[in-house]
Ligand binder design. Structure first.
Ligand code: ASP
Ligand code: MG
Length: 438
Protein backbone atom coordinates (compact mmCIF):
# COMPACT_ATOMS: atom_id res chain seq x y z
CA UNK A 1 0.00 0.00 0.00
CA UNK A 2 1.19 3.53 -0.78
CA UNK A 3 0.39 6.90 0.73
CA UNK A 4 -0.36 9.69 -1.78
CA UNK A 5 -0.51 13.25 -0.51
CA UNK A 6 -1.92 16.10 -2.60
CA UNK A 7 -1.24 19.70 -1.62
CA UNK A 8 -3.60 22.67 -1.66
CA UNK A 9 -3.00 23.71 -5.28
CA UNK A 10 -3.47 20.11 -6.45
CA UNK A 11 -7.04 20.20 -5.08
CA UNK A 12 -7.45 23.97 -5.55
CA UNK A 13 -10.40 23.90 -7.98
CA UNK A 14 -13.12 21.56 -9.19
CA UNK A 15 -11.04 20.72 -12.26
CA UNK A 16 -7.96 19.99 -10.17
CA UNK A 17 -10.00 17.71 -7.92
CA UNK A 18 -11.19 15.80 -10.99
CA UNK A 19 -7.59 15.46 -12.17
CA UNK A 20 -6.54 14.11 -8.76
CA UNK A 21 -9.44 11.65 -8.80
CA UNK A 22 -8.10 10.22 -12.08
CA UNK A 23 -4.68 9.77 -10.50
CA UNK A 24 -5.86 7.98 -7.38
CA UNK A 25 -8.45 5.48 -8.63
CA UNK A 26 -7.43 1.94 -9.50
CA UNK A 27 -5.14 1.19 -6.56
CA UNK A 28 -6.02 0.63 -2.92
CA UNK A 29 -3.92 3.35 -1.35
CA UNK A 30 -4.32 5.97 1.36
CA UNK A 31 -4.81 9.45 -0.09
CA UNK A 32 -3.99 12.43 2.15
CA UNK A 33 -5.40 15.81 1.13
CA UNK A 34 -4.62 19.38 2.16
CA UNK A 35 -7.30 22.05 2.26
CA UNK A 36 -8.10 23.69 -1.10
CA UNK A 37 -5.47 26.37 -1.76
CA UNK A 38 -6.00 29.65 0.09
CA UNK A 39 -8.45 28.09 2.54
CA UNK A 40 -6.16 27.75 5.55
CA UNK A 41 -4.95 31.32 5.03
CA UNK A 42 -8.59 32.49 5.04
CA UNK A 43 -9.29 30.48 8.19
CA UNK A 44 -6.28 32.13 9.84
CA UNK A 45 -7.65 35.51 8.81
CA UNK A 46 -11.09 34.66 10.19
CA UNK A 47 -9.50 33.63 13.50
CA UNK A 48 -7.55 36.85 13.57
CA UNK A 49 -10.77 38.90 13.33
CA UNK A 50 -12.34 36.79 16.05
CA UNK A 51 -9.37 37.29 18.36
CA UNK A 52 -9.80 41.01 17.76
CA UNK A 53 -13.52 40.68 18.64
CA UNK A 54 -14.59 41.81 15.19
CA UNK A 55 -17.32 39.36 14.11
CA UNK A 56 -18.28 41.49 11.09
CA UNK A 57 -14.75 41.23 9.71
CA UNK A 58 -14.84 37.48 10.26
CA UNK A 59 -18.27 37.09 8.66
CA UNK A 60 -17.14 38.90 5.55
CA UNK A 61 -14.28 36.43 4.98
CA UNK A 62 -16.54 33.50 5.89
CA UNK A 63 -19.10 34.60 3.28
CA UNK A 64 -16.48 35.08 0.58
CA UNK A 65 -14.96 31.69 1.30
CA UNK A 66 -18.28 29.84 1.42
CA UNK A 67 -19.35 31.37 -1.92
CA UNK A 68 -16.22 29.94 -3.49
CA UNK A 69 -17.02 26.52 -2.11
CA UNK A 70 -20.59 26.57 -3.39
CA UNK A 71 -19.28 27.54 -6.83
CA UNK A 72 -16.80 24.61 -6.76
CA UNK A 73 -19.66 22.27 -5.93
CA UNK A 74 -21.68 23.32 -9.00
CA UNK A 75 -18.69 22.53 -11.19
CA UNK A 76 -17.48 19.36 -9.49
CA UNK A 77 -20.55 17.12 -9.38
CA UNK A 78 -22.74 15.91 -12.23
CA UNK A 79 -25.93 14.96 -10.46
CA UNK A 80 -28.30 17.06 -8.37
CA UNK A 81 -28.20 14.32 -5.73
CA UNK A 82 -24.47 14.73 -5.13
CA UNK A 83 -24.57 18.51 -5.47
CA UNK A 84 -27.11 18.51 -2.66
CA UNK A 85 -25.02 16.16 -0.51
CA UNK A 86 -21.98 18.39 -1.01
CA UNK A 87 -23.94 21.56 -0.24
CA UNK A 88 -25.11 20.02 3.02
CA UNK A 89 -21.57 18.97 3.91
CA UNK A 90 -20.04 22.36 3.19
CA UNK A 91 -22.93 24.26 4.86
CA UNK A 92 -22.43 22.27 8.04
CA UNK A 93 -18.74 23.26 8.17
CA UNK A 94 -19.45 26.93 7.51
CA UNK A 95 -22.24 26.93 10.12
CA UNK A 96 -19.71 25.52 12.57
CA UNK A 97 -17.22 28.27 11.71
CA UNK A 98 -19.97 30.92 12.07
CA UNK A 99 -20.88 29.60 15.50
CA UNK A 100 -17.51 30.89 16.77
CA UNK A 101 -18.37 34.47 15.86
CA UNK A 102 -20.77 34.59 18.80
CA UNK A 103 -18.64 33.47 21.71
CA UNK A 104 -15.33 33.74 23.43
CA UNK A 105 -12.50 32.97 21.04
CA UNK A 106 -9.34 31.25 22.27
CA UNK A 107 -6.55 29.07 20.95
CA UNK A 108 -8.85 26.09 21.34
CA UNK A 109 -11.55 27.51 19.05
CA UNK A 110 -8.92 28.64 16.58
CA UNK A 111 -7.69 25.07 16.15
CA UNK A 112 -11.24 23.94 15.41
CA UNK A 113 -11.65 26.67 12.79
CA UNK A 114 -8.30 25.79 11.17
CA UNK A 115 -9.35 22.14 10.89
CA UNK A 116 -12.35 22.87 8.65
CA UNK A 117 -10.36 23.24 5.41
CA UNK A 118 -9.07 19.67 5.33
CA UNK A 119 -12.41 18.32 6.55
CA UNK A 120 -14.14 19.98 3.58
CA UNK A 121 -11.63 19.05 0.86
CA UNK A 122 -11.63 15.37 1.87
CA UNK A 123 -15.40 15.24 2.25
CA UNK A 124 -15.87 16.78 -1.20
CA UNK A 125 -13.37 14.44 -2.84
CA UNK A 126 -14.97 11.43 -1.19
CA UNK A 127 -18.41 12.43 -2.48
CA UNK A 128 -17.02 13.01 -5.95
CA UNK A 129 -15.47 9.54 -6.02
CA UNK A 130 -18.69 8.00 -4.73
CA UNK A 131 -20.59 9.78 -7.50
CA UNK A 132 -18.13 8.24 -9.97
CA UNK A 133 -18.95 4.79 -8.58
CA UNK A 134 -15.72 4.42 -6.61
CA UNK A 135 -16.04 2.86 -3.16
CA UNK A 136 -13.75 5.33 -1.40
CA UNK A 137 -13.79 5.43 2.38
CA UNK A 138 -13.05 8.45 4.57
CA UNK A 139 -10.66 7.75 7.44
CA UNK A 140 -11.17 10.61 9.92
CA UNK A 141 -7.70 11.89 10.89
CA UNK A 142 -9.19 13.06 14.19
CA UNK A 143 -9.78 9.38 15.03
CA UNK A 144 -6.17 8.26 14.63
CA UNK A 145 -3.70 11.16 14.25
CA UNK A 146 -2.55 12.25 17.68
CA UNK A 147 0.22 14.15 19.43
CA UNK A 148 1.54 13.48 22.94
CA UNK A 149 2.10 15.80 25.90
CA UNK A 150 5.21 17.23 24.21
CA UNK A 151 3.17 18.01 21.09
CA UNK A 152 5.09 15.29 19.25
CA UNK A 153 3.22 12.71 17.16
CA UNK A 154 2.44 9.50 19.03
CA UNK A 155 3.41 6.75 16.55
CA UNK A 156 2.17 3.86 18.71
CA UNK A 157 -1.32 5.34 19.04
CA UNK A 158 -1.44 6.32 15.36
CA UNK A 159 -0.48 2.83 14.23
CA UNK A 160 -2.94 1.07 16.50
CA UNK A 161 -5.94 3.26 15.62
CA UNK A 162 -5.20 3.46 11.92
CA UNK A 163 -4.75 -0.30 11.63
CA UNK A 164 -8.15 -0.85 13.25
CA UNK A 165 -9.85 1.70 10.99
CA UNK A 166 -8.41 0.03 7.90
CA UNK A 167 -9.56 -3.38 9.13
CA UNK A 168 -13.10 -2.03 9.50
CA UNK A 169 -13.25 -1.29 5.76
CA UNK A 170 -11.69 -4.24 3.95
CA UNK A 171 -13.79 -3.72 0.82
CA UNK A 172 -12.81 -0.11 0.17
CA UNK A 173 -11.40 0.73 -3.28
CA UNK A 174 -9.22 3.39 -1.68
CA UNK A 175 -8.98 5.49 1.48
CA UNK A 176 -9.05 9.27 1.91
CA UNK A 177 -7.93 11.20 4.94
CA UNK A 178 -7.09 14.72 6.08
CA UNK A 179 -3.55 16.03 6.26
CA UNK A 180 -2.49 18.56 8.91
CA UNK A 181 -5.20 17.95 11.52
CA UNK A 182 -4.92 15.79 14.63
CA UNK A 183 -5.88 15.60 18.27
CA UNK A 184 -3.53 16.49 21.09
CA UNK A 185 -2.82 14.52 24.27
CA UNK A 186 -5.99 15.96 25.84
CA UNK A 187 -8.20 14.85 22.98
CA UNK A 188 -8.69 18.38 21.68
CA UNK A 189 -8.61 19.20 17.98
CA UNK A 190 -5.14 20.38 17.03
CA UNK A 191 -2.82 20.45 14.02
CA UNK A 192 0.71 19.59 12.92
CA UNK A 193 1.56 23.23 12.13
CA UNK A 194 1.27 25.06 8.82
CA UNK A 195 2.29 22.92 5.89
CA UNK A 196 1.85 19.87 8.10
CA UNK A 197 0.07 17.67 5.56
CA UNK A 198 3.41 16.30 4.36
CA UNK A 199 4.08 15.30 7.94
CA UNK A 200 0.68 13.55 8.13
CA UNK A 201 1.53 11.58 4.99
CA UNK A 202 4.88 10.56 6.37
CA UNK A 203 3.45 9.52 9.76
CA UNK A 204 0.74 7.48 8.02
CA UNK A 205 3.33 5.89 5.74
CA UNK A 206 5.40 4.91 8.78
CA UNK A 207 2.34 3.57 10.63
CA UNK A 208 1.30 1.22 7.82
CA UNK A 209 4.86 0.50 6.63
CA UNK A 210 3.88 1.82 3.20
CA UNK A 211 5.78 0.78 0.08
CA UNK A 212 6.17 4.43 -0.84
CA UNK A 213 5.06 7.90 0.19
CA UNK A 214 4.18 10.16 -2.73
CA UNK A 215 4.02 13.91 -2.29
CA UNK A 216 2.15 15.45 -5.23
CA UNK A 217 2.55 19.19 -5.83
CA UNK A 218 2.58 21.46 -8.84
CA UNK A 219 6.28 21.41 -9.58
CA UNK A 220 8.40 18.77 -11.21
CA UNK A 221 10.27 17.39 -8.20
CA UNK A 222 12.92 19.15 -6.18
CA UNK A 223 15.08 21.42 -8.32
CA UNK A 224 18.85 21.74 -8.05
CA UNK A 225 18.46 25.44 -7.27
CA UNK A 226 15.69 27.94 -6.63
CA UNK A 227 13.93 28.57 -9.98
CA UNK A 228 12.64 31.91 -8.70
CA UNK A 229 16.19 33.29 -8.59
CA UNK A 230 18.27 31.15 -10.91
CA UNK A 231 18.11 30.48 -14.63
CA UNK A 232 18.51 26.93 -15.91
CA UNK A 233 17.60 24.84 -12.88
CA UNK A 234 16.62 21.20 -13.34
CA UNK A 235 14.90 18.59 -11.20
CA UNK A 236 17.05 16.31 -9.09
CA UNK A 237 16.18 12.65 -9.70
CA UNK A 238 17.57 11.11 -6.50
CA UNK A 239 18.28 12.47 -3.06
CA UNK A 240 19.42 10.83 0.13
CA UNK A 241 17.13 11.46 3.12
CA UNK A 242 19.87 13.60 4.71
CA UNK A 243 20.24 15.69 1.57
CA UNK A 244 16.48 16.19 1.35
CA UNK A 245 16.34 17.17 5.03
CA UNK A 246 19.03 19.82 4.57
CA UNK A 247 17.35 21.18 1.45
CA UNK A 248 13.88 21.25 2.96
CA UNK A 249 15.14 22.97 6.06
CA UNK A 250 17.28 25.43 4.14
CA UNK A 251 14.52 26.77 2.01
CA UNK A 252 13.51 24.32 -0.71
CA UNK A 253 9.76 24.87 -0.44
CA UNK A 254 8.60 21.63 -1.98
CA UNK A 255 8.69 19.36 1.07
CA UNK A 256 8.08 20.12 4.71
CA UNK A 257 11.25 19.37 6.75
CA UNK A 258 9.40 17.35 9.42
CA UNK A 259 8.22 14.90 6.77
CA UNK A 260 11.65 13.32 6.29
CA UNK A 261 12.28 11.70 9.67
CA UNK A 262 9.42 9.15 9.94
CA UNK A 263 10.10 8.02 6.36
CA UNK A 264 13.83 7.80 6.95
CA UNK A 265 13.56 5.83 10.20
CA UNK A 266 11.24 3.32 8.56
CA UNK A 267 13.20 3.34 5.31
CA UNK A 268 10.18 4.23 3.18
CA UNK A 269 11.06 5.96 -0.10
CA UNK A 270 9.45 9.35 -0.67
CA UNK A 271 8.64 10.36 -4.24
CA UNK A 272 7.92 13.98 -5.17
CA UNK A 273 5.59 14.15 -8.15
CA UNK A 274 3.80 16.77 -10.25
CA UNK A 275 0.01 16.73 -10.58
CA UNK A 276 0.25 18.86 -13.74
CA UNK A 277 2.66 16.39 -15.35
CA UNK A 278 1.96 13.00 -13.79
CA UNK A 279 4.26 11.06 -16.14
CA UNK A 280 7.37 13.06 -15.16
CA UNK A 281 9.73 11.01 -12.97
CA UNK A 282 9.96 13.61 -10.19
CA UNK A 283 12.41 13.16 -7.32
CA UNK A 284 13.00 9.98 -5.36
CA UNK A 285 14.24 10.36 -1.77
CA UNK A 286 15.70 7.23 -0.20
CA UNK A 287 18.56 5.83 1.86
CA UNK A 288 20.75 5.52 -1.23
CA UNK A 289 23.71 7.90 -1.67
CA UNK A 290 24.94 8.73 -5.14
CA UNK A 291 28.71 8.78 -4.81
CA UNK A 292 30.64 11.89 -5.67
CA UNK A 293 27.73 14.08 -6.76
CA UNK A 294 26.75 17.55 -5.68
CA UNK A 295 22.98 17.61 -5.92
CA UNK A 296 21.45 20.95 -5.15
CA UNK A 297 21.60 24.42 -3.66
CA UNK A 298 19.02 26.12 -1.45
CA UNK A 299 18.87 29.38 0.48
CA UNK A 300 17.36 30.43 3.78
CA UNK A 301 16.47 34.12 4.23
CA UNK A 302 16.26 36.47 7.19
CA UNK A 303 19.35 35.24 8.95
CA UNK A 304 21.22 37.19 11.62
CA UNK A 305 24.87 36.44 12.36
CA UNK A 306 26.31 37.10 15.81
CA UNK A 307 30.04 37.11 16.52
CA UNK A 308 31.50 36.83 20.02
CA UNK A 309 35.21 37.59 20.20
CA UNK A 310 37.04 36.99 23.42
CA UNK A 311 40.60 36.64 24.64
CA UNK A 312 39.10 34.47 27.34
CA UNK A 313 38.18 31.82 24.80
CA UNK A 314 41.89 31.15 24.23
CA UNK A 315 42.72 27.80 25.85
CA UNK A 316 39.62 28.05 28.03
CA UNK A 317 37.11 25.30 28.70
CA UNK A 318 33.38 25.88 29.04
CA UNK A 319 33.32 29.04 26.94
CA UNK A 320 31.09 27.62 24.21
CA UNK A 321 28.77 26.12 26.78
CA UNK A 322 28.19 29.53 28.34
CA UNK A 323 27.55 31.07 24.94
CA UNK A 324 25.10 28.36 23.89
CA UNK A 325 23.33 28.51 27.22
CA UNK A 326 22.33 32.10 26.51
CA UNK A 327 20.64 31.08 23.26
CA UNK A 328 18.95 28.23 25.06
CA UNK A 329 17.67 30.54 27.79
CA UNK A 330 15.89 32.56 25.12
CA UNK A 331 14.64 29.46 23.24
CA UNK A 332 16.46 30.63 20.15
CA UNK A 333 17.80 27.86 17.90
CA UNK A 334 21.22 28.26 16.27
CA UNK A 335 21.55 27.26 12.61
CA UNK A 336 25.19 27.68 11.63
CA UNK A 337 28.36 27.83 13.74
CA UNK A 338 31.96 28.68 12.88
CA UNK A 339 34.78 28.98 15.38
CA UNK A 340 38.33 30.20 15.65
CA UNK A 341 40.59 30.11 18.68
CA UNK A 342 39.47 33.57 19.80
CA UNK A 343 35.95 33.86 18.53
CA UNK A 344 32.78 32.14 17.52
CA UNK A 345 30.10 33.15 15.02
CA UNK A 346 26.60 31.72 15.04
CA UNK A 347 23.45 32.42 13.04
CA UNK A 348 19.84 32.57 14.12
CA UNK A 349 16.62 33.09 12.19
CA UNK A 350 14.45 34.05 15.14
CA UNK A 351 15.26 37.64 16.11
CA UNK A 352 12.66 37.91 18.82
CA UNK A 353 15.18 37.97 21.69
CA UNK A 354 18.14 39.36 19.77
CA UNK A 355 18.58 42.35 22.03
CA UNK A 356 18.58 40.31 25.25
CA UNK A 357 20.88 37.70 23.74
CA UNK A 358 23.42 40.32 22.64
CA UNK A 359 23.21 41.95 26.04
CA UNK A 360 23.93 38.69 27.86
CA UNK A 361 26.70 37.70 25.45
CA UNK A 362 28.55 40.93 26.27
CA UNK A 363 29.49 39.36 29.59
CA UNK A 364 31.79 37.01 27.70
CA UNK A 365 33.30 39.09 24.92
CA UNK A 366 32.95 41.71 22.23
CA UNK A 367 29.75 41.15 20.30
CA UNK A 368 28.89 42.22 16.77
CA UNK A 369 25.76 41.56 14.72
CA UNK A 370 25.24 41.27 10.95
CA UNK A 371 21.63 41.41 9.82
CA UNK A 372 19.91 40.69 6.50
CA UNK A 373 22.01 37.65 5.77
CA UNK A 374 21.20 34.47 3.85
CA UNK A 375 22.43 30.93 4.38
CA UNK A 376 23.24 29.25 1.10
CA UNK A 377 23.38 25.53 1.52
CA UNK A 378 25.06 23.18 -0.95
CA UNK A 379 23.99 19.57 -0.65
CA UNK A 380 25.41 16.33 -2.01
CA UNK A 381 27.97 13.63 -1.31
CA UNK A 382 30.41 15.89 0.53
CA UNK A 383 32.25 13.29 2.56
CA UNK A 384 35.56 14.74 3.66
CA UNK A 385 37.78 12.29 1.82
CA UNK A 386 36.22 13.16 -1.53
CA UNK A 387 38.67 15.72 -2.84
CA UNK A 388 37.90 18.85 -4.79
CA UNK A 389 34.30 19.54 -3.86
CA UNK A 390 34.85 22.23 -1.21
CA UNK A 391 37.34 23.84 -3.56
CA UNK A 392 34.74 23.96 -6.34
CA UNK A 393 32.17 25.53 -4.04
CA UNK A 394 34.54 28.14 -2.69
CA UNK A 395 35.81 28.85 -6.19
CA UNK A 396 32.25 29.53 -7.36
CA UNK A 397 32.04 32.23 -4.70
CA UNK A 398 35.22 33.98 -5.76
CA UNK A 399 33.43 37.26 -6.44
CA UNK A 400 30.92 37.14 -3.58
CA UNK A 401 31.81 38.28 -0.05
CA UNK A 402 31.27 35.31 2.28
CA UNK A 403 30.75 35.95 6.00
CA UNK A 404 30.85 32.31 7.24
CA UNK A 405 31.62 28.88 5.77
CA UNK A 406 30.61 25.68 7.50
CA UNK A 407 31.78 22.26 6.31
CA UNK A 408 32.24 18.90 8.00
CA UNK A 409 29.18 19.00 10.24
CA UNK A 410 27.62 16.27 8.14
CA UNK A 411 28.70 14.32 5.07
CA UNK A 412 26.10 16.05 2.99
CA UNK A 413 26.41 19.78 3.29
CA UNK A 414 28.46 22.96 2.95
CA UNK A 415 26.80 26.14 4.21
CA UNK A 416 27.82 29.66 3.28
CA UNK A 417 26.57 32.88 4.81
CA UNK A 418 26.24 35.84 2.44
CA UNK A 419 24.47 39.19 2.40
CA UNK A 420 20.84 39.10 1.29
CA UNK A 421 21.75 41.52 -1.49
CA UNK A 422 24.23 38.93 -2.82
CA UNK A 423 21.83 36.01 -2.66
CA UNK A 424 20.88 35.90 -6.30
CA UNK A 425 24.40 36.10 -7.68
CA UNK A 426 25.66 33.58 -5.12
CA UNK A 427 22.96 31.09 -6.16
CA UNK A 428 23.56 31.72 -9.86
CA UNK A 429 27.34 31.36 -9.48
CA UNK A 430 26.92 28.04 -7.69
CA UNK A 431 24.57 26.74 -10.38
CA UNK A 432 26.93 27.86 -13.13
CA UNK A 433 29.98 26.22 -11.52
CA UNK A 434 28.47 23.11 -10.02
CA UNK A 435 25.76 22.09 -12.47
CA UNK A 436 26.10 23.99 -15.73
CA UNK A 437 29.89 23.64 -16.17
CA UNK A 438 30.51 27.29 -16.81
N1 ASP B 1 -3.67 23.35 4.93
C1 ASP B 1 -2.54 23.47 5.80
C2 ASP B 1 -1.73 24.69 5.43
O1 ASP B 1 -2.07 25.39 4.49
C3 ASP B 1 -1.68 22.26 5.81
C4 ASP B 1 -1.04 21.91 4.49
O2 ASP B 1 -1.46 22.32 3.43
O3 ASP B 1 -0.05 21.17 4.52
O4 ASP B 1 -0.79 25.01 6.11
MG1 MG C 1 37.45 17.03 1.00
Amino acid sequence: MKVLKFGGTSVGSAQRMKDVAKLIVGEKNIVVLSAMSGTTNSLVEISDYLYKKNPDGANEIINQLSQKYFAHIEELYNTEEYKQKARELVSAHFDHIRSFTKDLFTLFEEKVVLAQGELMSTGMMNLYLNEQGVNSVLLPALDFMRTDKNAEPDPVYIKEKLTKLLENHPNADLYITQGYICRNAYGEIDNLQRGGSDYSASLIGAAIKADEIQIWTDIDGMHNNDPRYVKGTSPVRHLHFEEAAELAYFGAKILHPTCILPAKINNIPVRLLNTMQPEAPGTLISNVTEKGKIKAVAAKDNITAIKIKSGRMLLATGFLRKVFEIFENYQTPIDMITTSEVGVSVTIDNRKHLEEIVNDLKKYGTVSVDEDMVIVCVVGDLEWDNVGFEAKIVHAMKEVPVRMISYGGSNYNVSLLVKASDKQRALQALSDHLFNNK
